[in-house]
Design a binder for this molecule. Structure first.
Ligand code: FAD
Length: 361
């Protein structure tokens, strides 16, 4: 699908209440085929993001994020989980889980442990049992097939959870009271005494962090974040037009800066998609590109938030203004792991690379 047809593809749903799981959105994502975009063609999908058509997949993530950041976050987790099954799944697992994605099942990836009670996997003969708790589990038990990481003596092991086997009392939503991203429903789940079957173990211990796949995954959340910034900027532009404040030179300057920042973000994503799909770049150069793009998009989203605030003023801080939720969602979703480390890693790459000017040419 080329860019024009992608832009023309309608993506619409009736929004659920702000703190509700976005069932309507997922029904639309299923009906439009978005849930199977990165399922391999051989299994009935489109193979986007599987070392090919990554720019298109990133564009899609931006599109979903623009429509709703919480849905974007959930969709990103779905795409991530299917990618892990593509990378590390057995033939039988791929057969089963890709078919389930085609059928509309929702996948996710829950890696963040509750610090005082991290999840571990205990083996007794051929019998496995989980102990511990994860937090920030986006989608919670609304997701059908989340992948979790569980500590073993050999390192973290991925386990595909079948949530229909979990009682709802395991989910605790009381800790998910964020400023924004409420509908991502990123709750705490206790996995203790859940016994996964051997066929639910995905890959080998430590596969989850194999490079460059682990670090370059940041590109996907950056794409979703950019969509949130696009929606916020559009909202500010609409406000200025409605209130006939769009010819004032200061407002024009801010509108121009926002448009440039958004175009910069889109260019970054196109270029990173190209780099990730290409076999001519080293693993380190791919990771570095991902670190650069996530840092650049974090900065430009932050700039757009400040500019949009100034454009609209106090009205945008009111609950009944469309900007209120867009702003809260973006401020929350920009909080991703290790932003400082991502930037200093770029510095280290510069220090170690002899020809930084020509690396990506
Ligand atoms: C809406 C939303 C949904 C999410 N859903 C999921 C999910 O489904 N599954 C999942 O696994 N996770 C999920 N997460 C959690 C996410 O993966 C990260 O764990 C989380 O966003 C990290 O944010 P943080 O600000 O706590 O990061 P931190 O890494 O704690 O960063 C906070 C600041 O401290 C700095 N810092 C980090 N480490 C150190 C250190 N050792 N010393 C000093 N400074 C440090 C960072 O650079 C940053 O400036 C979600 C997060 C959000 C916002």
């Amino acid at each position: 699908m080329n860019q024009t047809t992608l832009q023309n593809q309608q993506l619409d749903w009736k929004a659920n209440a702000e703190a509700e799981f976005p069932h309507n959105a997922f029904e639309t994502l299923h009906q439009t085929g978005y849930l199977k975009k990165n399922v391999p063609i051989a299994y009935g999908g489109c193979s986007w993001g599987l070392q090919q058509k990554t720019p298109q997949l990133l564009q899609l993530l931006t599109q979903v994020g623009r429509k709703d950041l919480s849905v974007g976050r959930l969709y990103e987790g779905h795409v991530n989980a299917l990618y892990l099954i593509y990378l590390y799944g057995s033939a039988a697992q791929q057969e089963q889980y890709f078919q389930e994605a085609l059928d509309g099942k929702r996948f996710g990836i829950w890696n963040t442990d509750e610090p005082k009670n991290p999840v571990k996997l205990v083996k007794n003969g051929s019998h496995y049992e989980l102990f511990g708790t994860k937090r920030y589990c986006s989608g919670g038990l609304h997701m059908h097939r989340p992948i979790i990481t569980a500590a073993t003596d050999q390192g973290p092991q991925m386990v595909i959870i079948h949530t229909e086997e979990l009682d709802e009392s395991r989910e605790d939503a009381s800790g998910w009271n964020p400023l924004g991203m409420k509908a991502s429903h990123s709750v705490t789940i206790d996995f203790s005494t859940y016994c996964p079957k051997p066929v639910q173990l995905l890959g080998a211990p430590q596969d989850y962090s194999i490079q460059p796949y682990f670090s370059t995954g940041a590109v996907r959340f950056a794409a979703v974040q950019l969509g949130g910034a696009e929606a916020l900027a559009q909202c500010a532009f609409a406000h200025l037009k409605t209130h006939k404040r769009d010819s004032d030179p200061h407002q024009l300057a801010r509108m121009g800066k926002m448009a440039i920042a958004l175009e910069t973000g889109r260019n970054w994503l196109r270029e990173t998609g190209r780099v990730l799909d290409s076999s001519i770049y080293s693993e380190n150069d791919k990771i570095n590109h991902a670190n650069m793009v996530r840092t650049a998009i974090l900065d430009l989203c932050t700039e757009i938030m400040h500019l949009a605030e100034k454009c609209v003023g106090l009205a945008g801080m009111m609950e009944d203004h469309a900007m209120h939720k867009l702003h809260r969602d973006l401020a929350t979703y920009l909080k991703q792991p290790g932003p400082d480390r991502a930037l200093t890693s770029v510095g280290e790459w510069v220090a170690q690379t002899t020809d930084t000017l020509n690396t990506y040419n």
